[in-house]
Design a protein around this ligand. Structure first.
Ligand code: S3P
Length: 173
C-alpha cells in the first residue's frame, strides 16, 4: 500500500505523514526531501539556482520513480505536486495507492505560513499576513481542483495529529 498525502504548503503533510507511517509501520518519504537529497541542494537553492521549471521537472521525475517502486510507504508530496503535468494521473493510475487531501482553511494556512516562509520560495516575498492571505486564496482557487480529486479529504483545522492519523486509518481499514 502506498499512502500519498496531498495538500497546500503548511497543511501538515509531513507531520501527519510521519505519525501515520509509525502507526502503519511503513517507511515515510517526503518528496521535497528526496529531490533535495538527489540534487544535493535545498529547495530554495534549487529554485534560485535553476528555477521553478527545473524544480517541477525533477519533482515529476522523482515522483514517477517512487511510484514505480514495489515498496509500500507513506509519501508526502509538495504542495504543487498534484497540480502539474501528468503527476495526478500517474498517482491515480499507480497500483495500491490511496490519496489523502489534508484540507486546511485559508486563515489557518496564513497564520501558519507567515512564520514559515523561509524554506518556501513561492511565498517568500509575501511579508505581511494580508499579502500572503491574498496569494494563498488565489492559489487555492487554482489548486483545489486537483486536491479535491483525492480519495479522502480531511479538514484539518481544530484536529490534532493523532486524530487525523486515526481518521486516515479508519478510512484504510
Ligand atoms: C511548493 C511546496 C513546497 C515545495 C516547493 C513548492 C508548492 O512543499 O515543494 O517549495 O508549489 O506549493 P511543501 O508543501 O512541503 O511546503
Amino acid at each position: 500500500m502506498k499512502i500519498i498525502l496531498i495538500g497546500y504548503m503548511g497543511s501538515g503533510k509531513s507531520v501527519v505523514g510521519k505519525a501515520l507511517a509509525v502507526q502503519k509501520q511503513l517507511p515515510f518519504l517526503d518528496l521535497d526531501e528526496e529531490i533535495s537529497r538527489r540534487e544535493k541542494k535545498s529547495i530554495p537553492e534549487i529554485f534560485s539556482d535553476a528555477g521553478e521549471i527545473y524544480f517541477r521537472r525533477k519533482e515529476a521525475e522523482v515522483l514517477k520513480e517512487l511510484l514505480e517502486q514495489e515498496a509500500n510507504f507513506v509519501l508526502s508530496l509538495g504542495g504543487g505536486t498534484p497540480c502539474y503535468g501528468k503527476n495526478l494521473e500517474l498517482i491515480k493510475n499507480a497500483a495500491h495507492t490511496h490519496t489523502v487531501f489534508l484540507k486546511t482553511g485559508l486563515e489557518e494556512l496564513t497564520a501558519r505560513l507567515i512564520k514559515e516562509r523561509e524554506n518556501r520560495p513561492l511565498i517568500q516575498e509575501f511579508d505581511t499576513p494580508a499579502l500572503l492571505n491574498d496569494f494563498i486564496r488565489k492559489h487555492l482557487f487554482e489548486r483545489n481542483y486537483y486536491y479535491n480529486q483525492s480519495d479522502l479529504s480531511l479538514v484539518t483545522d481544530d484536529k490534532s495529529v493523532p486524530q487525523l492519523v486515526t481518521e486516515i486509518e479508519n478510512y484504510l481499514n
